[in-house]
Design a protein around this ligand. Sequence first.
Ligand SMILES: C[S@@+](CC[C@H](N)C(=O)[O-])C[C@H]1O[C@@H](n2cnc3c(N)ncnc32)[C@H](O)[C@@H]1O
Length: 248
Amino acid sequence: MTGLENHYSVNDIETRILTALRAAGLNPEQRLSPVKLGALDHFHTGGFRASLVLKDLVQIRAEDHVLDIGAGLAGPARMLAASPGCLVDCIDLSPDYCVAALLLNRLTGLGEHVSVQVGSALDIPFADNSFDVVWMQNVGMNIPDKPKLYQEISRVLKAGGRFAFQEMLAGETPATYFPLPWATDTADNSLISASEMHAVLARSGFSALYFEDVSAAPLPAPANGMDECTAQVPLSLSAYVDKPRAES
Ligand SMILES: C[S@@+](CC[C@H](N)C(=O)[O-])C[C@H]1O[C@@H](n2cnc3c(N)ncnc32)[C@H](O)[C@@H]1O
């Protein structure tokens, strides 16, 4: 197992998820709403709220066929399947996360709209020109070979297709504190700066419809202000990293 696979592996993930759901007052014997699960299964900065923002920016339509790369527990994929009602294919390097995604698909009754398979972003297991939208949240920071990543995304997108992504980017000083939420050590940390990302995307044939750097903005509030996200605290997988405080 590589360091990255080890970083994203979880023992007995199904039992742990079922236990967490019950602890949060949800009944896995009854059909669960993807919105209620939103505090558990959106595994990126900003959580469920950030996925909603991205969905609105990309103006995804029900007829869009979507590929979610590095889908994790597939929360964003179920959000898109529930509304506007897309078909979403998910790939992820982590077999454990794929098992969990399939469990949550079953518990939400969305298995027919959301497929899940183990697969690499660097060798996407789909034919050329397959998707209207490629969706990716907090994955590129684990992938050093950005040209190959964007080449693969471009290959599976239909002409005129959209690539919707949310990424961690390198700041002015290199990351020196480990573990980070996405990397146990430096080997799996592949952050690049915003300008490097623009350049490599342009070289890969993408043009920017919208790009916003929100690194200076305050961290988003957790989603527990939202009526639907009732289970935020006990279910949260969120992890935030901040600059170390200056010694006083
Ligand atoms: C921080 S999680 C984000 C999960 C999901 N995108 C979300 O936002 O809820 C990063 C995910 O990327 C996956 N991943 C990392 N490198 C990958 C690669 N080369 N191909 C496919 N998945 C990858 C990991 O296994 C992990 O599930």
